[in-house]
Write a protein that binds this ligand. Sequence first.
Ligand SMILES: Cc1cc2nc3c(=O)[nH]c(=O)nc-3n(C[C@H](O)[C@H](O)[C@H](O)COP(=O)(O)OP(=O)(O)OC[C@H]3O[C@@H](n4cnc5c(N)ncnc54)[C@H](O)[C@@H]3O)c2cc1C
Length: 419
Amino acid sequence: MSQVQTVAILGGGPSGAALAVWLARAGKTVVLFDPGKRPPLIVGESLIPAIMPFLFDLGIADEVKSYSKIKPGATFILDKGRTIHSFKFDTVPGAKCTYAYNVPREKYDATFRAAAARAGATVLTHRAQVEAVEGTDKLKLADATLAAAEVLGGKQPDWIIDATGRSRKFARLLGLEADEGPRKDIALFAHCDDVPSLDEGHVHTEVMDWGWSWRIPLPDRMSVGFVLPAERAAQYGDTDEARFDNILKRDSIAAKWNVNAKRITPVVRFNNWSLVARRGVGENWALVGDAFGFVDPVFSSGMMLALTSANELAMALTKGDGSMKAMKKYEADQASHVRGWQEAVETFYNGKLWSILDVGMRMKETTWFGRLVAPHFEANIPKVFTGEAARDKHALQLIRTMCKYGLVDVDVAKFAVHS
Ligand SMILES: Cc1cc2nc3c(=O)[nH]c(=O)nc-3n(C[C@H](O)[C@H](O)[C@H](O)COP(=O)(O)OP(=O)(O)OC[C@H]3O[C@@H](n4cnc5c(N)ncnc54)[C@H](O)[C@@H]3O)c2cc1C
């Protein structure tokens, strides 16, 4: 008989709910806990093409499409507006999917939870509590949480999964160590009316006087976010509202599009850094999605990490039957996926990614060697924007090699993010 019969998942965001679908489909008894309370606005509105196959597999692609805005590409505005890279996903050779969506998060999360219930998982509105089992590497549900999950019949589940996002419930309880990224920025974020864009449906990412901004077109509004060091943000006012409004008014780059912009929601503040847990699995527990690791959102990678990890954890618990070999493989693959994204993100901040593209374009125009290698560049570098690069050793190696050897005497600071 299978070693994995019952699984409790803490957290009904995309990673927890997708995991619940895949496990329930495989015949496991699954309980998905979520308190059902979220901040007024949630980040994670811009999807990338690489996650579309997951939405199809989960049977929710049409529902997501019905309330979202199609996203055909990504636009990056650099060097005080002098350089604009507008990537259309359908021009990326070999891309697995050529579009994505910008999603209202509340509806999107509700779609995931409904899919979990349809697949047969028990979805409970409950802030779950876990406890360490003394003298072991095991966790158990606290009495009140176990009692809330009647389907478990008073028996502890075989596996307990942390999908609580940045709350990182298990890491805090067990004191798990994590490797943190180099930056400590904050993100101030709100929805606005009358904010223009250059390319219909594209996420717009723009290097600002300090830090960078996003503009994500939603069906009836624009999501606007400013990412910058906390000390810089503090110079714009005493409250997050004042800071957001003043950055919008005073930043010389935002001045190009802020003329009629009106904020229509409160401002929400997120800590914006990256982190990966050193341990992602234990004897009867595992971490998934943001609870395992997260990166700076400049390439909209969070949902991709969340769904990839949910999918691979489901495989480890079903095909791998929760064996330590299967679970350790899951842990290693997920850690390397997070690190792959961290590496790509770093090239955005230090200006090297754009310098590589710059050098590549100039070489293509002026040398036979440039024309020879151009197709290779054009097939691999844009994988960062479709979401395929962090799992593609070839694409990552090309970026690494170019950063190391291809940028001698190139002024990368021109494209760097100012902190
Ligand atoms: C500034 C910023 C911008 C971002 N922009 C993007 C973007 O454009 N695109 C993108 O793909 N990603 C983006 N992300 C990342 C994205 O938001 C996350 O990667 C994604 O939400 C992770 O999903 P998750 O299911 O792992 O966690 P979450 O979505 O955080 O879900 C966790 C769930 O756990 C629940 N929970 C917490 N504690 C308990 C408990 N004790 N019991 C039960 N449930 C509990 C919470 O209520 C919540 O529902 C951004 C992140 C930041 C910080």
